[in-house]
Design a protein around this ligand. Structure first.
Ligand code: GRG
Length: 306
């Protein structure tokens, strides 16, 4: 159990494990149904290999939680939740390619290109990325079209040159440069990691008809958990094991990549992550007790071990 509201000890405890145990199978089933096996089998097998390989499903769960937070039925956000996981998965497939991070393991199993080859892995990523947008546009039901358009535009921005792709290219350019500044490191992770978490949180609320004010509070929350998530990722790359994480560890040091612990040390990195999580939860104050799931997820982000 985690304390749902660190600012108000009178709020009841929130059982995040039970919440995640309820949500994750819903997301798994929706993903399985959204990308069924079909011709050409090699392509769909490769897409499903990575999409249905587990993972925390954090982005879809954040999207469903923010939809519910502003009074929406989470079912209307499920196609967007699935699209977020499709985009996240494709970014992992491409990130693991020999031309990028060259990783052999992800989510506890061989990486996509190790099983299907680079050519198929690139195409599986492309197909997941494009289908994500199609899926939001065609499968979202019972939501005014202008909200769906806002979500599609937001996803495009989060993924392209002003989002994941922009962050990745600066990351690649910084490899081997131990003098990378904090400003550049923040640019990389605000784009590579926080941008997708931001649209995950705001999209669910937009679909449910959130006000601009509510969306802004959620954006403030998401940007902070996004950076905290990456700081913890960097810490775990040093302190955890490949077995626990399901992927190679210590690669940042080997590639001479600047990380938060390399700039700040482990203790200060933990302190900064905790501070961001406190700020993220404070951004939810105006939502009251309904924000318990998002508060608990923020706590989970710093407490997680994988
Ligand atoms: C998006 C068009 C497009 C291309 C890809 C390769 C690339 C451009 C971007 C890299 C993005 C990337 C891999 C960022 C790292 C984000 C991150 C912290 C991933 C780990 O997320 P978890 O821990 O993973 O939520 P699970 O497996 O639990 O889902």
């Amino acid at each position: 159990m985690v304390s749902a509201n660190s600012l108000d000890p009178n709020l009841t405890e929130f059982d995040l494990s039970a919440y995640l145990e309820e949500r994750r199978p819903q997301v798994e089933a929706a993903l399985d149904a959204a990308v069924p096996m079909q011709y050409p089998e090699t392509l769909y097998e490769s897409m499903r290999y990575s999409l249905l390989a587990g993972g925390k499903r954090l982005r879809p769960i954040l999207c469903l939680a923010s939809c519910e937070l502003v009074g929406g039925n989470p079912a209307v956000a499920m196609p967007t939740a699935c699209a977020l996981e499709m985009i996240h998965t494709m970014s992992l497939i491409h990130d693991d390619l020999p031309a990028m991070d060259n990783d052999d393991y992800r989510r506890g199993r061989l990486t996509n290109h190790k099983v299907y080859g680079d050519d198929v892995a690139i195409l599986a990523g492309d197909a997941l990325l494009t289908y994500a947008f199609e899926h939001v546009a065609t499968a979202t039901q019972g939501v005014p079209a202008d909200r769906v358009l806002r979500v599609i535009a937001g996803l495009g921005k989060a993924v392209g040159g002003e989002g994941l792709v922009g962050g990745q290219i600066v990351d690649l350019a910084s490899e081997g440069n131990p003098d990378t500044t904090l400003e550049t490191l923040n640019y990389i992770h605000n784009h590579k990691t926080a941008a997708l978490l931001e649209i995950a949180v705001t999209s669910g609320a937009i679909l449910a008809g959130a006000t601009d004010d509510q969306v802004q509070h959620l954006r403030d929350y998401a940007q902070r958990i996004g950076l905290a998530f990456q700081i913890v990722d960097d810490i775990l790359d040093i302190t955890s094991t490949a077995e626990t994480l399901g992927k190679s560890i210590g690669k940042d040091v080997a590639a001479q990549k600047a990380t938060y612990p390399s700039l700040w040390g482990l203790e200060e990195s933990r302190r900064q992550a905790d501070k961001l999580i406190d700020e993220a939860k404070a951004a939810l104050d105006s939502f009251g007790p309904a924000s318990q799931p998002l508060r608990a997820i923020a706590d989970y982000i710093v407490a997680r071990t994988y």
